[in-house]
Design a protein around this ligand. Structure first.
Ligand SMILES: Nc1nc2c(ncn2[C@@H]2O[C@H](COP(=O)(O)OP(=O)(O)O)[C@@H](O)[C@H]2O)c(=O)[nH]1
Ligand SMILES: [Mg+2]
Length: 213
């Protein structure tokens, strides 16, 4: 699949700003600094679309990028680093409203830094994804930073932790933006899902009611 058009559509700061759309959305989530914005840049082949920062917590809003006039890539703020104290609850709600209740979201790429062994925060989040039946895969980022032996060891550890805690290991991928590795497989997932929804003409997800809290 060739990406011929990338348009920054909107940055959303609170849940009232979500807009109606009939296009599927693919979101990138994980700890701050894990490489979400870099990976989006890599996928769209652009240096500047999703602002990349060398320090954590920069993406404070949910950014929507319209690709090929037909689907969206979503850059989410990371977890693990706090926003300004008085805004934490607000931001958490925004992310929760998006991931768990936005019906356009068809697939989530959960990014884990391959050097950092999977943490409780990641596991708690995976558990929630399962509860809400969100389709997702794990993307191990920055694989250029360690050798393949340590990489395999870390991935195995992650697999064991997930299996011990709940279910089977989801589909996973290894990427390195620096080495330009792993892009095609991610694009393929998106391509397959786009085709599936085009053929089936089905709604992306069942509508869930957003509770007040
Ligand atoms: N070596 C290496 N550095 C990376 C890679 N991906 C991201 N980074 C760096 O990690 C830092 C955080 O990246 P960013 O995309 O802003 O992370 P975000 O907070 O998750 O959006 C930046 O300094 C990136 O240059 C990678 O594949 N390899
Ligand atoms: Mg970012």
């Amino acid at each position: 699949m060739k990406i011929f058009s990338v348009k920054f559509k909107k940055s959303i700061e609170n849940s009232n700003q979500f807009f109606y759309s009939t296009f599927p959305e693919y979101a990138f989530y994980g700890r701050s600094n894990v490489g979400k914005s870099s990976l989006i840049n890599f996928i769209v082949n652009s240096k500047k679309e999703a602002k990349v920062s060398s320090y954590p917590g920069r993406t404070k809003f949910i950014n929507f990028f319209l690709i090929n006039h037909k689907w969206y890539l979503i850059d989410l703020p990371g977890y693990g680093y706090s926003f300004q104290k008085n805004r934490i609850i607000e931001k958490k709600k925004l992310i929760k409203d998006y991931i768990f209740y936005r019906t356009n979201l068809v697939y989530l790429f959960l990014l884990i830094d391959c050097r950092i062994i999977i943490q409780k925060l990641d596991l708690d989040f995976i558990k929630k994804l399962k509860t809400y039946k969100i389709h997702f895969c794990i993307v191990f980022t920055k694989t250029d930073k360690i050798n393949s032996k340590i990489l395999d060891r870390n991935i195995n550890y992650c697999k064991e932790k997930i299996e011990k805690n709940f279910f089977s290991m989801p589909k996973y991928f290894k990427v390195s933006v620096k080495k330009k590795y792993g892009r095609e497989k991610l694009i393929q997932i998106i391509k397959n899902l786009n085709e599936y929804f085009e053929l089936k003409k089905k709604p992306y997800r069942e509508k869930l009611i957003i509770p007040n809290s």
